[in-house]
Design a binder for this molecule. Structure first.
Ligand code: GLA
Length: 379
C-alpha cells in the first residue's frame, strides 16, 4: 500500500484520512454506442486515475475538495438531483444515489486529485464517481460488489447529473483488470477478462486527444439513444441487442429511413466486439487493427458521431502505418485510439500532429495506453 499524502488532507480537515482509493479512466477498444442497446463492449482501464482520500463524518455533512476545482460543502439530507452542479455534482450524485438505493450513508470529508484528462472522452467523470463510490463502500461498510457500485455510479450520472449514459464507463472503471480488456455483456453484466499483452506483441495503443468537444454532443447522445430505443420498439424487441446480423436485411425495411443507419451500426458493432475478442483470444493482436478502422467507418457513416478532427486523426494514423484506428467514447470530438507497432508510435503521433497543424486544428495531446487495474483501495 502507498503512503498517504496526509499533510494536504490534514491541512484541509485537521486530521488524517481513513484511507485512499483510486478509480481509473478508460478507453474502449471496440463496442461503441452498444451499451445502452444492451450489447457488448470491450474497454480497458487507463493507468490515469482519480484518487480520493476520505474520512467518514457523523454529522451528515459532505465536505469536498478537489486539487483542480476548489472546495464545496453540502448536507447529505439536502441532496436532490441537480442540487450541486459542476465537478462537486459528481461526488454529491453518488452519495445521493447510495441513499436513494436505501443505504444508510451520511457525510464524509473527501480530498480529490486526478490525472485523467478531462473533456477528452476518457471517462474522467465516471472515474470520479467510482472513486467516491468505492471510498463510501469502505467508509460505511456497505459490502457492495464492484458491479453494484458501477450501477450506483451510473444511476448518479443518469438521475442526478442528468446524462443518460449507458453502463460501460462505470463498469470499466470498477471492473477492469491490469493486462486485460473487459468483455462485458451490458444486458446482464456478465464479463470476461481478455488478456491484452500489447508489449509482448510489439504493439502500442496510442491515444490521441483531439482537444475538441463539440457542444452538440450532449443533446445528440440523448437523441441517438432515443432513436435506438424507438427502433427496438418498432421491431418489437426489448433492445437492439436482440437483433442479429442475419435479421438485419429483413428488419431495416420495417423502419423509418432515419433509424436504419443507427440500427445497422449497433448490429455490426456488436459483431465487431465478438470478432475483436476472437483475435485477442487467438493472440492475433494486430488483427484487431482492421476491426477498429471498420468500427470508425460505421461511427462516421452510420452513427454519425465523428467530426473532422477525429476523422483526420484516424485517416492520418492509418496512412502513417497504424494497424487500425478509431474514435473512442461518445463522439463529437474526444479521443482517437490507434494500434501501432511500438517502434512506430512516435512517428504516427508526429504525423497526426503535423496534419492537425496543417489544418489549423489545435495539436492533439498524446498518451500511450496500457491496460491497467480498475478501482481499488490504495492506502
Ligand atoms: C459515453 C457513455 C457510455 C457509452 C459511450 C458510447 O462514453 O457514457 O455509456 O454509451 O458514450 O459507446
Amino acid at each position: 500500500m502507498n503512503t498517504l499524502s496526509q499533510p494536504s488532507f490534514t491541512r484541509l480537515y485537521g486530521h488524517a484520512p481513513e484511507g485512499e482509493w483510486a478509480a481509473p479512466g478508460r478507453v474502449n477498444l471496440i463496442g461503441e454506442h452498444t451499451d445502452y442497446n444492451l450489447g457488448f463492449v470491450l474497454p480497458i482501464a487507463l493507468p490515469q486515475t482519480v484518487r480520493a482520500q476520505a474520512r467518514r463524518r457523523d454529522d451528515g455533512l459532505l465536505r469536498l475538495h478537489s486539487t483542480k476545482g476548489g472546495s464545496a460543502e453540502v448536507a447529505v439530507a439536502d441532496l436532490a438531483p441537480g442540487s450541486v452542479t459542476g465537478w462537486a455534482g459528481y461526488p454529491a450524485a453518488v452519495v445521493w444515489a447510495l441513499r436513494e438505493a436505501g443505504h444508510d450513508v451520511g457525510g464524509a470529508e473527501l480530498s480529490l486529485d486526478s490525472d485523467v484528462p478531462t473533456g477528452a472522452g476518457l471517462s474522467s467523470s465516471a472515474a470520479l464517481e467510482c472513486a467516491v463510490a468505492i471510498a463510501y463502500n469502505d467508509l460505511y461498510g456497505l459490502g457492495l460488489s464492484a458491479p453494484e457500485l458501477a450501477l450506483v455510479a451510473q444511476r448518479a450520472e443518469n438521475a442526478y447529473v442528468g446524462v443518460p449514459c449507458g453502463i460501460m464507463d462505470q463498469m470499466a472503471s470498477m471492473c477492469c483488470r491490469a493486462g486485460a480488456a473487459l468483455h462485458l455483456d451490458s444486458r446482464d453484466l456478465t464479463m470476461r477478462q481478455v488478456p491484452v499483452d500489447l508489449a509482448g506483441a510489439g504493439l502500442a495503443l496510442l491515444v490521441l486527444d483531439t482537444r475538441v468537444k463539440h457542444d452538440l454532443g450532449d443533446g445528440a447522445y440523448a437523441g441517438l439513444r432515443a432513436g435506438c430505443e424507438r427502433a427496438a420498439r418498432l421491431l418489437g424487441l426489448p433492445a437492439l441487442r436482440e437483433l442479429g446480423p442475419a435479421d438485419l436485411a429483413s428488419a431495416l425495411p420495417r423502419l423509418p429511413e432515419e433509424l436504419r443507419p443507427l440500427v445497422r451500426h449497433v448490429v455490426t458493432e456488436n459483431e465487431r466486439v465478438t470478432e475483436a475478442v476472437a483475435h485477442l483470444a487467438a493472440g492475433a493482436l494486430a488483427a484487431l487493427g482492421p476491426v477498429l478502422t471498420a468500427g470508425h467507418a460505421s461511427l462516421r457513416d452510420d452513427y454519425r458521431v465523428s467530426c473532422p478532427e477525429t476523422d483526420l486523426a484516424v485517416d492520418t494514423a492509418v496512412a502513417a502505418g497504424a494497424h487500425g484506428a478509431r474514435m473512442t467514447g461518445g463522439g463529437f470530438g474526444g479521443s482517437v485510439i490507434a494500434l501501432v507497432d511500438a517502434e512506430a508510435a512516435e512517428a504516427v503521433a508526429a504525423d497526426v500532429t503535423a496534419a492537425f497543424l496543417a489544418k489549423g486544428f489545435t495539436a492533439p495531446r498524446t498518451l500511450t495506453a496500457t491496460p491497467a487495474e480498475g478501482a481499488r483501495r490504495i492506502a
